[in-house]
Design a protein around this ligand. Structure first.
Ligand code: SF4
Length: 386
């Protein structure tokens, strides 16, 4: 099935017959209405939701730490951690985070410096900063949002996370459209279009809403996430074990690994930077990254991205003899960073001057690690083998 234009809505259905036959977009709607009516017939013979829920009852995940009690805060933290991150990674961070910040008030009242070490290593730090900021707002208000719109007003919460919070956190009606759902639906209906285009994104939401039941909505939300994460996986879907197998269009057409549509990947640029490891006795000079931007608010060794600036800086700071150097590559979604660490030793009487010049703080490596270092920084330091 290939969507050619807009997905049908109640308003579209009232479009004039004349327009339907003359304007290309209404032709598209006509085609989609036809396809959708077939999908509806298809769905009337086979209930997507019932099949999914029956599968979930036996094979779904029922014992994740954020599922133990109905606690919107725990669901919220888990949903933010799970963005771009798999459950098995989140499990390593979640319990420690909740132990340190057991309630939304604890998180909201903490300083960012307290929160950062508990997120360091999970990546995508803007998520954590938004969660921290939003927790502060909720803590000050004294209650959780009660509607989808109120959740969306908080920083870092989009429509899908808000839907999950309504459904899983508050046990009210909520619809989600995360990567798992998109993949399952794109395959089940064999949708070949580029789903990142807004028009198809809207259509997918409509489809998700049509399928999402009011009854057992909470279980359905968890079930569709589980199906996408454990059976209808991105690379090797386990169709043999899938409750949708008999009715899945992609499976019938042998398209399961082709869908959903993937854009050809652009080559990722490689950027390089120098990292200064300045040692004085057992302390190193650290900088806290600016709040916005890459690794916002985390602690790092000074990073200089411009080679000319690096040479000048070393000269002006009197850093001459490199005692060790190493290089690592670290991949982000939008670029690869080639980081070269250069290690210098300085006398204690230079400490104050260097701290002022580089706006840094002298700390033992263990203390800086406890304050939260990005994974790449840890990788670089361990490659130095000091
Ligand atoms: S049958 Fe295969 S492709 Fe279709 S929904 Fe199930 S796992 Fe995904």
């Amino acid at each position: 099935m290939k969507w050619i234009g807009l997905y049908p809505s109640k308003n579209d259905a009232s479009a004039s017959f004349f327009l339907l036959w003359t304007a290309p977009q209404y032709w598209a709607i006509f085609v989609i209405l036809f396809v959708y009516s077939h999908a509806t017939v298809h769905m009337s013979q086979f209930s997507f939701a019932n099949a999914l829920l029956s599968w979930f009852d036996v094979h779904g995940r029922h014992d994740l730490p954020w599922q133990v009690a109905d606690d919107p805060y725990k669901v919220w933290v888990s949903e933010i951690m799970l963005q771009q991150t798999q459950v098995k990674t989140v499990l390593q961070y979640f319990e420690r985070f909740i132990e340190r910040f057991p309630t939304v008030a604890d998180l909201g009242q903490a300083s960012w410096d307290d929160v950062a070490p508990y997120w360091a290593g999970l990546g995508y730090y803007a998520r954590a900063r938004n969660l921290h900021k939003a927790a502060g707002m909720v803590a000050r208000r004294g209650h959780f949002p009660a509607t989808l719109e109120e959740w969306i007003e908080l920083p870092g919460i989009g429509p899908s996370t808000a839907g999950a919070l309504m459904s899983l956190g508050l046990r009210q009606y909520g619809v989600i459209m995360d990567g798992n759902v998109k993949r399952v639906l794109a395959r089940f209906f064999a949708i070949e279009d580029d789903l990142s285009k807004p028009v198809h994104e809207r259509a997918m939401w409509q489809l998700a809403e049509q399928l999402c039941p009011v009854e057992r909505n909470h279980d359905y939300t968890q079930a569709i996430m589980d199906l996408g994460a454990t059976i209808c996986t991105p690379k090797k879907p386990l169709c043999l074990y899938c409750p949708m197998q008999q009715h899945c269009k992609a499976h019938q057409q042998g398209l399961e690994t082709e869908l959903p549509f993937k854009k050809a990947k652009k080559p990722v640029p490689v950027k390089s930077a120098q990292v200064l490891l300045i040692q004085s006795h057992d302390q190193w000079l650290w900088q806290q990254r600016p709040n916005s931007g890459l690794w916002g608010g985390l602690w790092c060794l000074p990073i200089i991205e411009n080679p000319a600036e690096f040479e000048q800086l070393c000269q002006s700071l009197g850093l001459k003899k490199v005692i060790q150097r190493t290089q690592i590559m670290h991949s982000f979604t939008h670029f690869t960073w080639q980081l070269e660490a250069l290690c210098f030793a300085v006398d204690p009487d230079q400490q104050e001057h260097l701290a002022i010049e580089l706006n840094g703080t002298w700390l033992a490596p263990q203390s800086a690690t406890a304050m939260g270092l990005p994974t790449a920084m840890k990788k670089l330091i361990s490659a130095l083998n000091l």
